[in-house]
Write a protein that binds this ligand. Structure first.
Ligand SMILES: [Zn+2]
Ligand SMILES: [Zn+2]
Length: 118
């Protein structure tokens, strides 16, 4: 997918390496969770940035975030840490760090919902 689509400036479907098509929102959610963007294409299949990665939250960071948040941070949602993703409050694409202060728990449903809006 293109960088524009990933950053939400353009709504465009992305494609997994399995050939499966996913929405840009899903791609952003996957990028947030995993911190991995395998390939960002600049023009017709021109790879600008292959394998640029950000660290996953470490196990220790996940535990610290889980103890602090206790459940999904969406108001009224009580999904436990083990079932939540760690969401980057500042997206990786805007230089957001992978740390405890900028991470918070979101369950898969609310994580998906967040990235549909953002
Ligand atoms: Zn997220
Ligand atoms: Zn939730």
């Amino acid at each position: 997918m293109t960088l524009e689509a990933l950053e939400g400036r353009l709504e465009q479907a992305a494609r997994l390496d399995t050939g499966e098509k996913i929405t840009a929102a899903t791609a952003r959610r996957l990028a947030c969770e995993a911190g991995i963007i395998p390939a960002v294409l600049g023009g017709p299949s021109e790879v600008l940035d292959l394998g640029r990665t950000r660290r996953f939250h470490t196990k220790a960071q996940r535990i610290a975030i889980g103890i602090r948040d206790q459940h999904c941070t969406e108001p009224g949602c009580d999904w436990p840490p083990a079932m939540c993703h760690v969401h980057h409050d500042i997206p990786w694409s805007r230089g957001g760090p992978t740390d405890v202060d900028h991470g918070r728990l979101l369950c898969p449903k609310h994580h998906t919902r967040f990235h549909r809006r953002n």
